[in-house]
Design a protein around this ligand. Structure first.
Ligand code: FPP
Length: 243
């Protein structure tokens, strides 16, 4: 189950992924960007299976950011349709594989045909416990913190909590990834070394692995390499390790 050469205690339990490079993958082949996104879905399926095969219980992927609305409307529309199609046509297979699906992001921007697909996927798979797949869609880390702050402010205004009682645990509890533990490992494909407004709070002590591989090409071997890299890190969480 674990990756060759990685002790079970050194396997990540929550992996987050910034799936970047679909456009470049298509451009290198002189294809429209849509081809890269379609191939990106296949890579996502591979990553879910990898987590299932290697006992990684949580995978959180960045599929559409709050900033992605600024892309050309044809691309935005294509990504919406692709998401709908994917979670309609693949849902039975994912369910059979014991994948629980959860969409994290603001839903009120979407029409009912999209939220229906999400609600169906979530309710069908809610009792599965093999892999939890969090799909960040219309997600932004800053927006998530604003919404969490508003929720806490509302509780304080209603007298449910005292402002002085707000702490890291109560703020964490309002985040969209709750109740998942923070990611152990963040993988970013396509070479850029930045977090791009993804899981800003949750990544505080996450190990980051950046690879030049473009997301549509991301394979089991690339996932293994990320885990081997992760397994060799000494996670200090601000402390000094015993010498
Ligand atoms: C980043 O590549 C990718 C995205 C913004 C979309 C991610 C979507 C997928 C991987 C498809 C699976 C998701 C769905 C909809 C189910 P980019 O387009 O920014 O690539 P570039 O930086 O090379 O232009």
């Amino acid at each position: 189950m674990p990756v060759d050469g990685v002790p079970p205690g050194r396997m990540p339990r929550h992996v987050a992924v910034i799936m970047d490079g679909n456009g470049r993958w298509a451009k290198r082949r002189a294809l429209p960007r849509a081809f890269g996104h379609r191939k990106g879905v296949a890579a996502l399926k591979g990553a879910v299976r990898f987590c299932s095969d290697h006992g990684i219980p949580v995978l959180t992927v960045y599929a559409f950011s709050t900033e992605n609305w600024q892309r050309p409307s044809t691309e935005v529309k294509f990504l919406m349709e692709l998401m709908k199609k994917t979670f309609t046509s693949e849902i039975d297979e994912l369910h059979q594989e014991g994948v629980r699906i959860r969409f994290i992001g603001e839903r009120n921007a979407f029409s009912s045909d999209i939220t229906e697909v999400w609600n169906n996927a979530e309710s069908l798979t809610k009792d599965n416990d093999n892999v939890l797949l969090n799909i960040a869609f219309n997600y932004g880390g800053r927006r998530e913190l604003v919404l969490a702050s508003r929720a806490l402010a509302a509780k304080a205004a209603a007298g449910v909590i005292e402002p002085g009682d707000i702490d890291e645990d109560s703020l964490s509890a309002e985040l969209l990834t709750t109740p998942c533990e923070d990611p152990d490992l963040l993988i970013r494909t396509a070479g850029q070394c930045r977090v791009s407004n993804f899981l800003l709070w949750q990544l505080a002590y996450t190990e980051i692995h950046v690879t030049d591989v473009l997301w549509p090409d991301f394979s089991d071997e690339d996932f293994k390499a990320a885990i081997v890299d992760f397994s060799q890190r000494d996670r200090k969480f601000g402390r000094v390790l015993e010498m």
